[in-house]
Design a protein around this ligand. Structure first.
Ligand code: FMN
Length: 322
């Protein structure tokens, strides 16, 4: 079976979401934290949010990869060693963030601009973490300006014992525009010495089937926006892979499941954040995706979007999910 990973999504897939998902939907093989800790050397210096996101008890029962976004090899190595000592399974280095504020500082996808500098960074990190006893993986785009940069980047990745390379086949410059470049993904897959996972625009079981038709040997697929919009997507994909139709429990059961899931995310957020209106904003951001799981309920979803305060929000959700 193809392994399924939950993508890191800043603001959306924090531990409050992951924990609730893990409880109410079939498990992902690996959960990725949104990126943490640019420029900090010690886990104790993580922000409160970052600490909460990797807290052992809150993440119990889930296989977790902690994602770091930094161009400082000493900070990266120091954090990897600390995370290894604390028993974490995998650290993932973010080479994919396309945000101009991140790439302008040479971080995230900005690190793909210079394969030589990336090589020096990885050499330093791997030298300083040798024998640390933790898997180190990379999540990357296929280039910064163009996928023609990929062969040189693959040469760099192949010099290091990465546990896996997660490839989102767009360029950094593209952000989320255009379509994933499957020829570039084929290039990564054929050249890589470590296992390659696919990520990008898998929204339906049919998208997954199409991917596997072209790349039958791809060992893992990472799901992001697709699972936010349809929490049953992994279940549908697993059914498709086993050659059976998805056993749709019907709208009433789906609504009840979504209600349990929603209530768990919501109460996790209420516990985590002092600002209750901030919780409403976070939940509304999630509904921006999750609303797609309930087609035909635009009026009720609009009431959720319009809610500003906690009581209005609760009432609007009750109407939608009752
Ligand atoms: C709101 C948002 C936040 C994201 N945050 C991160 C992040 O923290 N780290 C990361 O590697 N990728 C991040 N991504 C990228 C996703 O992990 C994923 O690569 C991208 O959405 C493509 O996959 P998808 O089409 O399955 O969503 C983010 C994407 C979105 C839309």
């Amino acid at each position: 079976m193809t392994k399924l990973y939950l993508a890191p999504m800043e603001g959306l897939t924090y531990v409050e979401y992951r924990q609730a998902y893990h409880r109410y939907f079939p498990d992902f093989d690996l959960y990725f934290t949104p990126f943490a800790a640019p420029g900090r050397y010690h886990v104790r210096d993580f922000s409160t949010r970052e600490k909460r996101d990797i807290d052992g008890e809150s993440n119990a029962g889930m296989h977790l990869a902690v994602q770091l976004l930094t161009k400082d090899p000493d900070a990266c190595a120091s954090l990897i060693r600390e995370l290894a000592s604390a028993g974490y399974e995998e650290v993932n280095i973010n080479l994919g963030c396309p945000s101009p504020t991140v790439t302008a500082k040479g971080r995230g996808a900005g690190m793909l601009k210079s394969p030589d500098a990336l090589d020096a960074f990885l050499e330093d990190v791997f030298m300083q973490t040798e024998g640390a006893g933790i898997r180190i993986s990379v999540k990357t785009r296929v280039g910064y300006e163009s996928a023609q940069e990929l062969p040189a980047l693959m040469d760099v990745f192949n010099r290091y014992p990465l546990s896996q390379l997660i490839v989102h086949p767009r360029t950094g410059r593209q952000g989320y525009d255009g379509r994933p470049d499957l020829d570039a993904f084929a290039c990564a897959l054929s050249r890589s010495r470590c296992p390659v996972a696919y990520n990008g625009d898998i929204r339906t079981a049919q998208d997954f089937r199409n991917l596997k038709e072209r790349f039958p040997d791809v060992p893992a697929v990472m799901l992001g926006r697709g699972v936010l919009a349809d929490p049953w997507l992994p279940e549908k994909i697993r059914a498709a892979e086993s050659g059976r139709p998805w056993d749709d429990p019907g709208e009433e059961v789906r609504k009840a499941q979504l209600r349990s899931f929603h209530d768990a995310v919501f109460s996790n957020y209420l516990e985590a954040f002092d600002c209750k209106n901030g919780v409403v904003d976070r939940m509304k951001e999630l509904w921006g995706w999750m609303g797609q799981a309930l087609p035909g309920h635009e009026k009720e979803l609009k009431a959720i979007r319009k809610a500003r305060r906690l009581p209005d929000y609760r009432a609007a959700v009750r109407v939608l999910l009752s």
